[in-house]
Design a protein around this ligand. Structure first.
Ligand SMILES: *[C@@H]1O[C@H](CO)[C@@H](O)[C@H](O)[C@H]1NC(C)=O
Ligand SMILES: *[C@@H]1O[C@H](CO)[C@@H](O)[C@H](O)[C@H]1NC(C)=O
Ligand SMILES: *[C@@H]1O[C@H](CO)[C@@H](O)[C@H](O)[C@H]1NC(C)=O
Ligand SMILES: *[C@@H]1O[C@H](CO)[C@@H](O)[C@H](O)[C@H]1NC(C)=O
Ligand SMILES: *[C@@H]1O[C@H](CO)[C@@H](O)[C@H](O)[C@H]1NC(C)=O
Ligand SMILES: *[C@@H]1O[C@H](CO)[C@@H](O)[C@H](O)[C@H]1NC(C)=O
Length: 650
């Protein structure tokens, strides 16, 4: 049957209550999806249209087929229902083709759950017989767009938060007004979840629901225009039966939306939090030597790294600082082409007696850094090694789980417990097969995770784009992720209240990175003028983050009294029940400058003990010139005006 002929009969418009299966109202929430049988759709919140679809399109055989110019043909529309782990669902499927001479068939599906009534919509693209010649004009685009929405807000009533860049999308995130002037919508390889909200905190979160490494968001247009979700732009062909899904999640409350959205994702991917709970580096204090640390590519005067590490250990023992592990950064291993990793072992100039000797002396387990694989890595068969590697341009990519298992097993000889995979974004962009193939990205991270699981190693992601962080939903041994740019004395990278919302939602402990506990530490590698005016703030943010707490002071320079507020005498971090996170008001104020509310960093968390919630509020860098009142119900912790105990760290 050709549905195009009778589309008018099935036109539903924006009916709030459905007579047909194609409009779904959510009795529990205020979200309505309206679907028209000609392929159009829109999302309404509390009766107001927030999002209207942009034309659906797919690249096939080097051409773009779009509903805009009717080259993408709607062959049929069908309605189906079923049940899965989330509940009973119903779906509307638009069956598209490129016409008689193109054999490609792609289904665009809109799915909702009605029992229980769940406040989200899943949009799916299904390439039934695959497609060739899909590559987009630019890698920042997508090879097919569904869903796609127009960026317009008639009354300028919506704001947005767009994650982008690395450190799970913190470094380039933007908060702005959603209208035809919207410019900073982060997209392409570095793009991430998009959050829309109004001043009443009604919120939609839009993100990939599957194929995290392979999907992108694309802002089509410089100002305003459309925003699309689909497969990333460099993909040249899509295999048969490939499916990509996007979720649009609604809640009244921005933090509530993050919580609910993350819960659905974690449930769908059965993410087990046991690895986070049992991660020693998340539970106990550790000593760090990464960028920002006093001993980052810097040793004590006249001695090597081995002696420096042993001296740090002696000093901290003497002061009674209960470090439970040491982190070793990129200064310890062999580098190859383009400063990539050649051999992940300690160089003799660094540790003349070997890494096992050093661990044996410190008697502490190790967290160790690694970066992108160099093309001349000694592990690759092509270079005389034992393992299958893909070598492209200047980089390498391990192809087997056994490689990771051997790497981690070998490293347990020097006490490895946490593998820090840094430069994830650079490895990703540097290997063309990770960009033009729909399976390689996921395979890379899944193999690393499987190797870590088999050897009881935990993983920290660093310089992760949002896609890497989302992929960790399927890799529970990835327990933590860096959520702001590198520390440096005086660096403004403690502002993790927003990125922690994202990390926590998907089950990752947010890591602020290292810090100094005292202001001046002479002889540091960053320059004579560098100092840390906010040591206590850094310590408080780290402690309340629920991620690692990892100072990096010069020998003799630790403020032990201040630092030890983080932990008990065994080094156990006294962390709250969930990370410190920005309150809704902070985001609303950032998007709507005229909103009367707090202008600055206001984050809350709580400790739940025997059913009692003890609230904690951190406010910093407040720009308001008149006092602002934050009521308990504004904190995102208490629904009503109850009496609370507010604890201060300082
Ligand atoms: C579907 O119908 C609506 C309402 O008439 C119209 O605005 C929209 O452009 C149509 N969409 C397509 C893809 O033809
Ligand atoms: C894509 O190309 C492959 C290899 O040439 C071919 O076997 C397959 O049928 C093509 N698929 C489609 C959907 O055109
Ligand atoms: C953007 O919207 C404003 C008001 O809603 C309108 O006056 C203006 O013409 C629009 N600009 C574009 C480029 O569509
Ligand atoms: C570790 O220390 C023990 C006891 O001192 C010693 O027997 C062993 O050889 C050391 N191992 C290494 C690798 O240094
Ligand atoms: C592990 O150690 C063995 C023995 O030294 C070595 O042959 C192998 O290359 C190492 N593999 C990795 C991945 O480190
Ligand atoms: C909470 O207290 C504020 C200020 O006193 C008041 O305006 C508000 O109505 C109260 N809310 C509730 C739910 O009691």
């Amino acid at each position: 049957m050709n549905w195009r002929g009778i589309k008018i009969l099935f036109l539903l418009g924006c009916l709030k209550v459905s007579l047909m299966d194609t409009t779904h109202a959510f009795p529990e929430s205020d979200l309505v999806i309206s679907i028209i049988t000609n392929g159009s759709y829109s999302l309404l919140i509390k009766g107001e249209t927030w999002l209207m679809n942009s034309p659906t399109f797919f690249n096939i055989d080097g051409r773009t087929f779009s509903t805009r110019d009717k080259t993408l043909i709607l062959e049929e529309m069908t309605v189906t229902s079923g049940e899965d782990m989330l509940g009973k669902w119903q779906s509307t499927t638009f069956h598209y083709s490129g016409g008689r001479h193109v054999k490609v068939r792609i289904d665009a599906v809109i799915k909702t759950y009605y029992e229980p009534d769940l406040p989200f919509v899943i949009f799916s693209q299904k390439y039934l017989n695959g497609a060739n010649g899909t590559k987009a004009l630019d890698r920042a685009q997508v090879v097919g767009g569904f869903p796609g929405f127009n960026i317009e807000s008639k009354k300028g009533t919506l704001g947005y938060l767009s994650f982008g860049g690395f450190m799970i999308g913190d470094t380039n995130k933007h908060i702005g007004s959603w209208n035809n002037n919207s410019f900073y919508i982060r997209d392409g390889l570095e793009g991430g979840p998009l959050v829309l909200f109004n001043q009443n905190a009604d919120t939609l979160i839009i993100s990939p629901f599957s194929q995290f490494m392979t999907s992108s968001v694309w802002h089509d247009g410089l100002y305003g225009g459309s925003v699309y979700w689909g497969i990333m732009g460099d993909v040249e062909s899509v295999p048969p039966n490939f499916q990509y899904d996007t979720i649009v999640y609604y809640a009244n409350g921005i933090s509530k939306a993050f919580e609910g959205w993350g819960e659905v994702l974690r449930k769908w991917y059965n993410r087990d939090d046991a690895y986070v709970k049992s991660d020693l580096t998340i539970n106990y204090l550790g000593y760090w030597t990464d960028n920002g640390a006093f001993y980052y590519y810097n040793t004590e005067k006249g001695v090597n790294y081995e002696q420096t590490i042993l001296d740090v250990k002696a000093y901290t023992d003497q002061m009674g600082i209960p470090y439970r592990y040491f982190q070793y950064d990129s200064w310890f291993y062999y580098k190859g082409l383009a400063q990539g990793i050649k051999t992940w072992e300690a160089r003799p100039d660094v540790f003349p007696d070997g890494f096992p000797f050093v661990s044996n002396k410190t008697l502490l387990p190790a967290a160790a850094h690694n970066r992108y694989w160099a093309r001349d890595t000694t592990y690759a068969k092509q270079n005389g090694g034992m393992y299958n590697f893909l070598l492209e341009e200047l980089k390498g990519l391990p192809l087997d789980e056994v490689f990771w298992r051997d790497l981690f097993t070998n490293a347990t000889k020097w006490g490895l417990i946490l593998y820090e995979q840094d430069w994830l974004n650079v490895e990703f962009r540097g290997v063309p097969s990770l960009l033009n193939n729909v399976h390689m990205g996921r395979q890379w991270l899944m193999l690393m995770g499987a190797g870590a699981k088999a050897t009881n190693i935990r993983i920290q992601y660093c310089m992760a784009n949002p896609r890497h962080a989302l992929q960790a939903l399927e890799i529970p041994v990835v327990t933590q992720a860096r959520v702001s740019d590198d520390y440096g004395p005086g660096a403004d990278q403690w502002r993790i209240g927003i990125s922690s919302m994202f990390a926590h939602a998907i089950g990752l402990a947010p890591y602020k990175d290292t810090f100094w506990t005292t202001e001046y530490q002479s002889g540091n590698p960053y320059g004579i003028n560098r100092h840390e005016p906010y040591a206590a703030l850094n310590a408080a943010v780290s402690t309340l983050s629920t991620g690692p707490v990892g100072p990096s002071d010069k020998i003799g320079a630790t403020d032990v009294t201040m630092l030890m507020r983080c932990c008990n005498k065994d080094g156990l971090i006294l962390k709250p029940s969930r990370p410190l996170m920005a309150i809704d008001q902070q985001l609303i104020k950032a998007a709507f400058p005229s909103f009367s509310g707090v202008d600055g960093e206001v984050w809350t968390t709580f400790s739940e003990i025997s059913g009692l919630k003890f609230g904690i509020l951190l406010a910093a860098d407040i720009k308001n010139t008149v006092p602002v009142v934050i009521l308990p119900r504004d904190t995102g912790i208490f629904r009503v005006n109850v009496s609370v105990v507010t604890c201060s760290f300082f």
